[in-house]
Ligand binder design. Sequence first.
Ligand SMILES: Nc1ncnc2c1ncn2[C@@H]1O[C@H](COP(=O)(O)OP(=O)(O)OP(=O)(O)O)[C@@H](O)[C@H]1O
Length: 500
Amino acid sequence: MSEVVLEIMGMSKNFGPVVALKDVALKICRGQVHGLVGENGSGKSTITSIAAGMQPATSGEMLFMGKPWKPASMIEAQHNGLSMILQEANTIPGCTVAENLFAGKENEYSRFGFVNNRKMNADADALLDRFGISYMRGKDPIDQYGFEDRKLIEIARAVNEDTEILIVDETTTALSMEGRDILYKIVEDMVKRDKAVIFISHDMDEIMEKCTILTVLRDGEIRGTVTSEEIGQLNSIGMIRQLMVGRDIGNKFYRSDYDPSCSDEVVLEFTNVSGPNVKDFSLKLHKGEIVGIGGLSGCGMHDIGRMAFGMEEIDRGSIKCRGKEVESAKDAVEKGIGYISKNRDTEAVILQGPIENNIVLPSLKDISKAGFVSPKKRKQLADEQIKLLKIKCNKSRQWVNTLSGGNKQKVSFAKWIAKGSDIVIMDCPTRGVDIGVKQSMYSLIDQMKHEGKAILMISEEMSELIGMSDRLIVMKDFKISKEFIRSAELSEADVIEYMI
Ligand SMILES: Nc1ncnc2c1ncn2[C@@H]1O[C@H](COP(=O)(O)OP(=O)(O)OP(=O)(O)O)[C@@H](O)[C@H]1O
C-alpha cells in the first residue's frame, strides 16, 4: 500500500438527534482516486467537509501527512494542502473572474492599499490557460458566465501545485461535458504527481472508470471497501449497489419501450425564438411527449428552459402555452408550467425554510379556500412527496439547508410532482440523486408521459436523454443542429456528432 496521506479515526458527527456519521475509519493514500459512494444522506459530504475544515466532528481524530489535523476553516485547510470543490456554485457575484480566483490572496497583489489589477488579471489569464479554459479572462465580470463555467473557476481556485488532497464532491453533474474532461485531466494529473483525490459521485460508470479504490457508506457507517482489482470485475457494480442501497435494484433504469407516440395537441410552442444565447429556435411540445435537449457548454439549452418559464427575456419570436404567450414565471405557473432549475440552491429551493413550505409553494392556491390554507392539507401534500421520493429527513418542518445535496434536489423535483403541472421543464432533474431514487424519478417521468403530461428535459447526461426522450433535440452554437426520434439504435456517438 502506498503512503497514507489522510487518516480518519473514530469519526462521529451528530446534528442534534441526527447521527450523520458513526465511528468512521478511513485511510486515503497517495496516488489513489478514492471514491466515496452511498445513498443520498449517507454521510459522504459530512466526512469530507470535516476533513476540509468546514465543520468540526463531534468526536474522532484525523492525521494529515502524519500530523494531527483539525483545520478551523476551508482556507486553513487549503493553505495546508487539502482543497475541496463543493456541490453547489460558490463564486462571489459582482466581482471579476480574477477577483474570484484570488479571493483571500488580495494582499499578494496590493501595495499601500492599492490592488494591482493588471497583474492580478494577467496571473488569472495564465492560470485559466493552464486549465484549458482560455475563453474566460481574468477581467471579465463573473456574472457574465453561467453555472457550469463558474464551477470551473472554483476548480481553478481550489487546485495548485501544493494541493496534496483534492476533494471533488459531486462536481461532475454541475459541469458541462467539456468541463468534465477538464476535471478528469486534473484528477489524472494529481495521481501522476503522487497526490490523492477523494471523489464523490452518483454516476456509477464514472466511479468505476475514474476511481482506484471505493468506500461504500450507508447511514453514516462504512459498509465496505472495493479494491482496484475488484472494481474491474464484471459483477462489481451490482455488488456496490447492493452495499449502498441494501437491496438489489436490478438493471431497469430508463424507459423500456421505444414508442415515441404522443397526442397531436401542442401544449408549448417556441416560434423563431432568439435571445442572447438562442438563435431562431422553434419547437412544438405535445401532450404526453418527452422532448430531450442536449448540447455542449454554452450551446443555449439551459436558456431555453429559463425562457419557457418566463425567467429570461426573449428578443424575438414567441413562446406560447396552449396558444397564449408566457409572460413571467408567475404566469407560467398559472398556465400549468413547472420548472426544475439546474441552479438548485439559488433558484430551485428556498434553503432557509422548511421542506414542507418548499414543496407546497406552487400548490398554495390549489389547497387554499377563501385565502386560508389548511395546515393539515399542507402537511399531507408534503408528507406524500417525502415518502414518494424518500427524502431523508426527520420531519417535514426540517429546513432545506440541513438536507444533503441529493435530498435538496428531491425537494426541487417534488414541488412540481405535488403541483401536478401539465408541462414540466426539467433542467438536469436527477442531478446529485442516488441510483435508487434516480430509478424512481425515471419511472415517475414515464408515468407522467402516460398521464398526458408534457416534459422538456434539458440534460448533460447523454444516457438519460437517450433513455427517456421521445424526441431528442441537439443544440450547437445556440441553434438546433439535429433532431432524433426515439429508437433502440440511437447511440451516444450519433448524438455527440451533432454537438461538436
Ligand atoms: N446542518 C445539518 N443539520 C441537520 N442535519 C444535517 C446537517 N447537515 C447534514 N445533515 C444530515 O446529515 C446526513 C448526512 O448528510 P451528507 O450531506 O453527509 O450526505 P451525503 O452522503 O453527502 O448525501 P448526498 O449524496 O445527497 O450529497 C443527512 O441526513 C443530512 O440531512
